[in-house]
Design a protein around this ligand. Structure first.
Ligand SMILES: Cc1cc2nc3c(=O)[nH]c(=O)nc-3n(C[C@H](O)[C@H](O)[C@H](O)COP(=O)(O)O)c2cc1C
Length: 320
């Protein structure tokens, strides 16, 4: 038995598993590994800076002939960057965080599947209005930026709100049980970030990968503080789930004070430049408890799918 869903059918992929387009993490090598494993690899392109993206897409398309995609931050995206990516013929584009309406038609007109990641029901309604092929419902357990809704109740609420549009589930999925839960909730697939961040092919340094292995879900928190410290333009409605660190402990709840402290800000910037885990943002989700090894992403995809199948079979067999 294979896990067949609207996602696998429409994208022509083997498993209902999508690599989250993580900025600074999901480059061409990781996306190719996930696609080669039978999932949908997505490059995290942020605002779409061509200088970074062009070589990553070359890596990706040189390493796989399977379907792949690119994800953007809607609040930062420029139309020219999107137009160039569409010319590269991805199989899917994901838009997250912000208003997707300036870009949705461009993607759909190009005949490319449009995934829109949403963090509340208002965003879910807008995603359907602009024609999303798949709505990605992201719960607050997720690593990186997002909103405040927990995955378990949020996903069925989104499914009820956007049907018949298919929904993918993001936030807290790191093993076959999570993938099975996403499907059991009525999702057409799982969008997985943190688990793939802790893979050999991710763009983060090996030192930061070790931090991911070492820390637990309870060592993460949602915060605006590190965005404030690095002078980021992220819209304030989205906080980020990060691994806690001494800098956060020192400044938690004192964002305004931090903004006025030039010395503290420059100390932060110097630490961030060194990739110092005592200060730098390590975006990661609550699923850290479930990650026990750094490994290759390609083989992981098939294992996640096989474990999910096994989990679903076991749930149906009450005598097992
Ligand atoms: C390190 C990291 C960076 C992320 N960057 C982005 C991004 O640039 N664009 C985006 O749409 N989502 C981003 N996300 C969120 C993911 O799309 C996804 O919602 C999340 O990873 C799912 O939860 P999980 O981390 O528990 O698997 C990021 C997540 C992580 C962990």
């Amino acid at each position: 038995m294979a896990l067949r869903t609207a996602l696998t059918e429409q994208l022509g992929i083997e498993h209902p598993i999508v690599l989250a387009p993580m900025g600074g993490v999901s480059g061409g090598a990781l996306a190719a590994a996930v696609s080669n494993g039978g999932g949908l690899g997505m490059v995290g392109a942020g605002s779409g800076a061509r200088q970074w993206l062009e070589p990553e897409l070359q890596n990706l398309t040189g390493a796989t002939d399977k379907p792949w995609g690119v994800g953007f931050l809607s609040w930062a995206l420029e139309k020219d960057a999107l137009a160039w990516v569409l010319e590269q013929r991805p199989h899917a584009v994901m838009l997250s965080f912000g208003d997707p309406s300036p870009y949705a038609e461009m993607v759909l007109k190009a005949g490319i599947a449009l995934l829109i990641q949403v963090t509340d029901l208002e965003e879910a309604a807008r995603a359907v209005d602009v024609g999303a092929t798949f709505v990605v419902a992201q719960g607050s357990e997720a690593g990186g930026h997002g909103g405040g809704r927990a995955t378990l109740p949020f996903v069925p609420a989104v499914i009820d709100a956007v049907g018949p549009t298919s929904v993918l589930v993001a936030g807290g999925i790191a093993d076959g049980r999570g993938v099975a839960a996403a499907l059991a909730l009525g999702g057409a697939g799982a969008v997985i970030g943190t688990r793939f961040e802790a893979c050999d092919e991710s763009l983060i340094s090996s030192g930061l990968r070790e931090v991911l292995l070492d820390r637990k879900g309870s060592d993460t928190e949602r915060t605006h503080l590190l965005d404030v410290a690095r002078g980021s333009q992220w819209p304030s409605r989205y906080s980020a789930r990060v691994v806690t660190n001494p800098f956060l402990d020192q400044w938690r709840g004192r964002e305004l004070e931090l903004l006025q402290d030039a010395e503290a800000l420059s100390t932060y910037k110097a630490a961030a430049k060194r990739n110092d885990p005592a200060a730098v943002s390590i975006w990661a989700g609550e699923c850290l408890d479930l990650i026990h090894e750094i490994r290759g992403a390609e083989g992981l995809v098939g294992e996640l799918a096989a474990d999910a199948e096994e989990q679903l079979r076991r749930a149906l067999d009450v005598t097992a």
